[in-house]
Design a binder for this molecule. Structure first.
Ligand code: ADA
Length: 568
């Protein structure tokens, strides 16, 4: 399923996980848009690179299966993620298309009868003018239906999305709720919405939704006596929303919420009014056996490793993550910096503006309720030094602030004192490799002092007095490469890099967070081959099979020291 819990009791849902018919373009014998036949099957969800012979396949493929229909209802197909462009056909008719592997999307198709329908998903993971965000990069863009797919059956007027924002009022909490209804039918419908959480209930009243229209209802549950969500005590509460037609509950939506409030005050980041120091990792969704389509148990295993290391913070570099991973972060109490999909993207790409806008809107719309997400990020190491680049940064950051004022906003910059955009953000975030690119461990502290001096001066053009997160730092090591001379790419050298970076960053009063680059070694796209040993990004503290390198114990010691210091 799409989540680690059931989102509906009333709405009928069915997982579409399993064997789908599969065909790659090279094997297609006819020139019609959709294949007349398929020559193999594939597991959904999965990445096609895990099929022998398709390890490097970049292009188009089709996945097909039959799906139940239910006359009088509409089939709502919900995709957790299709990499990277999915086009859906139901009984041969194109019903929807979506770009970007990393945000969920849905198509709604009224059922004309209760006969099964044929669903075909055409998937394309090629690069070029069609794709600004997925491109040759220092991580891999896989292919396939790589996250779970669910078939839901919705009545004419149904619940499309529920957003809930906790607001601290002294010792109690208010909950500001927005319910978005849609009507797929040709007739208007009048419905009532009721909701409940933590023994409190609220009737949002009745509303008429015209044919094909969308309506939202808003309301506030006041004075809730609930326990706050924190990293140490990740208390979750179930929100249930009912849609009522006359005296019948015709639809529902269940989500889980945490009551926490994140804010920036001076150089500190506060959770529920208390300063926190976030410490953890950048993590790509990548695994040699599963590509980006990690099963839930593998995601949970990664989080257990980070918990063992004493981490409380994860940056979902460089894209929105699987909803199940975010659910686990809610359950385990990890703070998450989630960012819309961009790593060193040229703003000149013809599709950049439209694709980054859609990806950012979808990230916030689908993930708004996650208590674990405490920071929205964007535009990793893009052009924040030219006036044109500054305009693009302002455009995306303003969009995030328009969509959600309840979380601070940042972007990870590698432009140091050339940055023009620090005035737009709530938190200044730096990717710095002072111990790796052009320096050694001994350069970490003095270079931090220099850049902080610049930041807290007028010269930083708006960064003065803001909290700082060291959003990337570290060094590479090839698993098993042990060298007492501590040559670069040895585990010993990486150990020294991380030891000094963590000693400085976890103890500096101006640094509110530190995220090591990176959790595990990851695959690169072909054009990056030759730029890195093994054609991998080898800066993981564990390798791609999650085998710990020498630095593991050093990181663990430093993270536990910081955790114990914070708890005192
Ligand atoms: C950049 C980038 C990361 C990774 C890193 C590295 O900071 O944001 O995605 O490429 O460099 O390994 O050099």
């Amino acid at each position: 399923m799409l989540r680690t819990f059931s989102e509906h009791d009333v709405r009928y849902c069915e997982s579409l996980a399993g064997r789908w018919d599969f065909l790659v373009a090279a094997d297609k014998k006819d020139r019609k848009r959709l294949p007349a036949s398929y020559n193999r099957t594939i597991q959904v969800p999965s990445a096609w690179e895990c099929l022998p012979g398709l390890e490097n396949y970049r292009g188009t493929a089709w996945l097909r299966r039959n799906v139940e229909m239910c006359e009088g209802m509409a089939l709502r197909l919900v995709f957790g993620g299709v990499s990277h462009t999915g086009t859906v056909f139901v009984d041969g008719k194109q019903e929807g298309q979506h770009y970007d592997a990393f945000t969920p999307w849905d198509v709604v198709v009224p059922c004309k009868s209760s006969d099964d329908a044929e669903v075909v998903v055409e998937v394309d993971n090629s690069f070029g003018d069609n794709s600004a965000l997925h491109k040759e990069n220092d991580y891999y863009s896989y292919g396939g239906i790589t996250r779970p797919v669910v078939a839901e059956y919705v009545p004419p007027v149904y619940i499309d999305r529920v957003h809930a924002k906790p607001v601290k009022r002294g010792r109690a909490w208010d909950l500001e709720v927005t319910v978005r209804l849609k009507n797929w039918s040709a007739a208007s419908g009048r419905r009532q919405v009721q909701l409940g959480i933590a023994e409190a209930e609220l009737d949002l009243g009745r509303v008429t939704v015209r044919a094909g229209a969308t309506r939202t209802l808003k309301g506030v549950l006041k004075g809730l006596d609930v326990n706050p969500w924190t990293s140490e005590t990740p208390q979750l509460y179930e929100l249930v929303v009912y849609l009522i037609d006359g005296d019948e509950v015709v639809d529902d939506q269940i989500d889980r919420l945490g009551f926490r409030q994140v804010e920036v005050r001076g150089k500190k980041i506060l959770m529920n009014g208390k300063p926190v120091k976030m410490r953890g990792y950048n993590r790509h969704e990548d695994h040699p056996q599963f590509g980006c389509a990690l099963p839930l148990a593998a995601m949970a295993a990664d989080l257990e490793i980070m918990r063992d290391l004493g981490c409380n913070f994860i940056r979902t570099c460089h894209y929105p993550n699987d909803m199940r991973f975010l659910d686990l972060c809610d359950e385990l109490g990890f703070y998450v910096w989630e960012e819309s999909h961009a790593r060193n993207i040229p703003f000149s790409h013809p599709k950049f503006r439209e694709q980054i806008k859609t990806n950012t809107e979808e990230m916030i719309d689908w993930h708004f309720n996650r208590p674990a997400i405490v920071i929205w990020g964007c535009l990793n190491e893009c052009d924040s030094v030219s006036r044109g680049g500054a305009r693009e940064h302002k455009r995306v950051i303003d969009l995030i602030k328009k969509l959600d004022r309840s979380r601070p906003v940042t972007f990870a910059s590698n432009k140091a004192d050339r940055d023009l955009c620090l005035g737009y953000v709530d938190i200044v975030s730096w990717n710095r490799y002072d111990a790796w690119y052009g320096g050694g461990p001994e350069d970490v502290e003095p270079r931090l002092q220099t850049i902080l001096k610049w930041l807290h001066s007028k010269a930083s053009r708006g960064g003065k007095g803001k909290p700082v997160i060291m959003s990337e730092f570290g060094g590479g090591a090839i698993y098993g490469n042990r060298r007492t001379c501590k040559a670069k790419w040895s585990e010993e050298y990486q150990c020294d890099c991380l030891d000094e970076c963590l000693r400085v960053y976890l103890n500096h009063p101006d640094i509110a967070g530190a995220a090591i680059w990176q959790f595990c070694d990851v695959r690169l796209t072909q054009s990056w081959w030759g730029s890195r040993p093994r054609n991998m990004n080898n800066k993981g503290t564990v390798d791609e099979y999650r085998r710990p390198k020498l630095a593991y114990e050093t990181v663990k010691r430093r993270m536990h020291e910081a955790r114990d210091k914070q708890d005192r």
